[in-house]
Design a protein around this ligand. Structure first.
Ligand code: GAR
Length: 197
């Protein structure tokens, strides 16, 4: 039986599209649902176009009550009998309680070479620091923000004249290669990092 994957998004969902498209043939997992915390996320339509069920769990009616938001999120995940969660541009911080409930079963993609530049504005910070390279990482989600074990990384050289925008676009292309490769490996039951270039 293939594993059922929920993909959590907040925006365009280009990583979600790469993940959904990868889960065919002998892949050990299938996309069960795409969930957004905002009804405006463009990725919702892209998921529907790919034939994947979608759901919105809008965080705004819950105000600061993250636990109440996550109760509904968990109900949605249960309804779709989800085994694994991939967060992909999901811009909500998950509580420790939620993460511990799913520990070992949630992956995230982050646009930096972790442990460098956890949090937001990763490309601006890499440029500001004068780094010669940056990249992206897929990691297991633990209660520490962007702090879980790294399962795969790709390096991207920083070129003269790069802006946050040009860098983000080049890194995103690599995210679309890395995330499906890590998910496949992980869904096969391996919790070791992949060697990826
Ligand atoms: C991606 O670059 C992803 O790494 C980043 O948001 C973008 C989402 O793009 N995630 C984070 O910054 C999480 N902290 P997408 O919606 O097109 O996949």
């Amino acid at each position: 039986m293939s594993k059922k994957v929920a993909i959590l998004i907040s925006g365009g969902g280009s990583n979600m599209v790469a993940l959904v498209k990868s889960m065919t043939g002998d892949h050990p997992a299938r996309a069960a649902v795409v969930i957004s915390n905002t009804p405006q996320a463009a990725g919702l339509q892209r998921a529907a176009d790919l034939g994947v069920p979608t759901a919105v769990v809008d965080h705004r009616p819950f105000g600061n009550d993250r636990a109440a938001f996550e109760t509904v999120l968990n109900k949605t995940l249960e309804m779709h009998q989800v085994d694994l969660i991939c967060t992909a541009g999901f811009m909500r911080i998950l509580t420790e309680e939620f993460v511990l409930g799913w520990q070992g079963r949630i992956l995230n993609i982050h646009p930096s070479l972790l442990p460098k530049y956890k949090g937001l504005n990763t490309h601006a910070r890499a440029l500001e620091a004068g780094d010669r390279e940056t990249g992206c990482s897929v990691h297991l989600v633990t209660p520490e923000l962007d702090g879980g074990p790294v399962l795969g990384q790709v390096k991207v050289p920083i070129e003269t004249g790069d802006t946050g925008h040009t860098l983000a676009a080049r890194v995103l292309q690599q995210e679309h290669r890395l995330y499906p490769a890590v998910l496949r490996h992980f869904a096969q039951g391996y919790t070791t990092p992949i060697n990826f270039h």
